[in-house]
Ligand binder design. Structure first.
Ligand SMILES: Cc1cc2nc3c(=O)[nH]c(=O)nc-3n(C[C@H](O)[C@H](O)[C@H](O)COP(=O)(O)OP(=O)(O)OC[C@H]3O[C@@H](n4cnc5c(N)ncnc54)[C@H](O)[C@@H]3O)c2cc1C
Ligand SMILES: NC(=O)c1ccc[n+]([C@@H]2O[C@H](COP(=O)([O-])OP(=O)(O)OC[C@H]3O[C@@H](n4cnc5c(N)ncnc54)[C@H](O)[C@@H]3O)[C@@H](O)[C@H]2O)c1
Length: 508
């Protein structure tokens, strides 16, 4: 028999992806009670259909190519990738799409879990259609957090809706590598999955309406394009897809604007993602769709959703310095009217796991602090309660081979934001890179604020440059002056020596 169960928690988190888990964890560490509502697998997209399986599909090919690029090791490589072993390792990284391990972590952390679809019915009120057949009426003493992630954006291409296409979910969880794969969309997901499948034996065509990886400098994305071509990926750049059609044998044909066509056994549509906010009851608290019919949230630097009913009450901001006297007990409504927060992909600020988890740590902490009356005033940039790095230092890595990494502002973005900008660029040609691989090709750029003489952004492209990125992130977050950075001596012979070359080229 199904029941309607009424429960009260300090914090209700809708969505138990990496981000929701972290908000709940921080709230509990701050002395509050928290419940996670999850409709599918605890751990979310990253664990089962995104970061982990895609990187597990890519890593063996990168390791093999790495060995093939070093004479001596090259001669030891006598076979190609073992596809079954790669897929088996990928399966282990997704725990075979079972979430028992993460559920155990949730329980051990003291967070409650309700499996089911949740939606908001009024300020601080959430209903859940439980997978156990029960329905739950939950109320939050302090906060409701939207951590529902994102959904694929499917373009309105003629015929596409009638075709059995792959999204990134099917491409990352496949048990069979198709003989021919067409990939529509050459952003991060399209590029990574095109290369992974090509190296596992598929004949891949990547169709891009512009260039590839358009958010990055072309000197860097050109290196990735060359890497894809070397793996046999056919790049159809600056090509608009006019229509898509499924043939009787199940294959799919894409027809381009100019009349040319591509036929493949599978089609991966990787044309971006948008916050997953449908069916969440946001309209019941005053948040409505934009002119294009899409719901979108705007959050402040603590994760508080702007414009939700009763969410902008006085006293609902934080200074990050601890506050008043800190004597209010959890359970009192010291947080004023603040109650609705959004973090991670759902908030739409930076759709990356590490950045969502950063937001989650800050939002979880601020909810706990507000509940205790310990956070007052405006959240100062770079304080414990402000997601300041979202504005200045979002790191991202494209795990292609060669890798493409960046953090902070591009030259164009820095100019738009009013900085006096200069930049310095170089191919990566140092002793460390020459030793790393024969014919090493890489490219590096620093974007510099000429007024303060600090770094605003950095890009590195080349084999195994991902681990160079965190040094740049620290330099940006720390606002380290260039003449002090001059004293950060890179070890010889490492690829990091490119930092020295960049500073020399700048004039130090
Ligand atoms: C192919 C691919 C590869 C990627 N690789 C990387 C990478 O290498 N590094 C990186 O940093 N980022 C990567 N990303 C991005 C990363 O996956 C996301 O940024 C991250 O998963 C966002 O986490 P989240 O917790 O916000 O959302 P999600 O992980 O999507 O979790 C949201 C959860 O909420 C649940 N949910 C939604 N609505 C409801 C509801 N109404 N009721 C109950 N539950 C609900 C969902 O079932 C889901 O489990 C990749 C993305 C893709 C598509
Ligand atoms: N390594 C990583 O960190 C990683 C890996 C994969 C995905 N992700 C994240 O997942 C999200 C989704 O990735 P994504 O690659 O789908 O999004 P994206 O926004 O990076 O790229 C989407 C691409 O599709 C193109 N596109 C859009 N409409 C099109 C159309 N009609 N025809 C052809 N091309 C079209 C866009 O021009 C763009 O190049 C992103 O936020 C990304 O940051 C991260």
């Amino acid at each position: 028999m199904t029941e309607t169960l009424e429960r009260e928690f300090d914090v209700i988190v809708i969505g138990a992806g990496a981000v929701g888990e972290n908000v709940a964890d921080r709230a509990v560490q701050g002395g509050l009670t928290a419940v996670l509502i999850e409709a599918e697998l605890v751990g979310g997209e990253c664990s089962y259909w995104a970061c982990m399986p895609s990187k597990a599909l890519l890593r063996p090919g990168t390791a093999l190519h790495g060995a093939q690029s070093v004479p001596g090791a090259e001669q030891a490589v006598t076979r190609t990738l073992d596809v079954a072993a790669v897929l088996k390792r990928r399966d282990s990284f997704t725990s075979n799409w079972q979430d028992d391990g993460q559920v155990k972590w949730v329980e051990n952390t003291g967070i409650e879990l309700i499996r089911g679809h949740g939606w908001i019915t009024a300020p601080r009120q959430v209903e859940v259609a439980g997978l156990d057949g029960n329905s739950y009426r939950l109320s939050a003493r302090h906060a409701v957090v939207i951590a529902t992630g994102s959904s694929p954006t499917i373009p309105p291409i003629d015929g596409l809706a009638d075709v059995d296409y792959w999204t990134t979910r099917e491409a990352t969880s496949t048990q069979e590598i198709p003989a021919r794969l067409a990939v529509l969309g050459a952003g991060v997901a399209g590029v990574e999955l095109a290369q992974a499948h090509a190296r596992l034996g598929a004949n891949v065509t990547l169709v891009a309406r512009g260039g590839i990886l358009g958010a990055f400098p072309t000197e860097a994305s050109d290196l990735v394009a060359a890497g894809l071509r070397a793996d046999g990926v056919e790049l159809l750049l600056h090509t608009a897809t006019k229509s898509v059609h499924q043939n009787d044998d199940g294959s799919i044909t894409l027809t381009m604007d100019g009349g040319t066509s591509v036929t493949a056994d599978k089609l991966l549509v990787s044309t971006g993602r948008h916050p997953a906010l449908e069916g969440l009851g946001l309209e019941s608290v005053g948040i409505t769709a934009d002119d294009g019919g899409r719901l979108k949230l705007t959050t402040d630097s603590t994760g508080l959703v702007r414009g939700a009913d009763g969410n902008d009450a006085a006293g609902a901001t934080a200074d990050g310095n601890g506050g008043a006297d800190g004597t209010s007990a959890a359970g009192a409504t010291a947080d004023g009217g603040a109650w609705l927060y959004a973090t991670g992909d759902a908030a739409g600020r930076a759709m990356l796991t590490h950045q969502g988890k950063y937001q989650a740590r800050i939002t979880g902490d601020v909810i706990a602090a507000r509940a205790k009356g310990e956070a007052n005033g405006t959240a100062a940039p770079w304080s414990r309660f402000a997601q300041t790095a979202d504005e200045h230092a979002v790191p991202s890595v494209v795990f292609s081979d060669p890798e493409l990494t960046s953090v902070g502002r591009t030259v164009a973005r820095a100019k738009e934001d009013g900085y006096t900008v200069s930049s310095v660029e170089l191919p990566i040609q140092v002793a460390g890179s020459a030793l790393h691989a024969d014919n090493y090709e890489g490219w590096a750029q620093l974007v510099i604020d000429e007024d303060r003489k600090v770094i605003l952004g950095a890009t590195f492209a080349g084999p195994d440059v991902a681990e160079l990125l965190h040094a740049a992130t620290i330099a940006i977050v720390g606002e380290v002056p260039l003449d002090r950075l001059w004293h950060a001596v890179p070890s010889y012979p490492t690829i990091s020596e490119v930092w020295l070359r960049l500073l020399e080229k700048y004039g130090l």
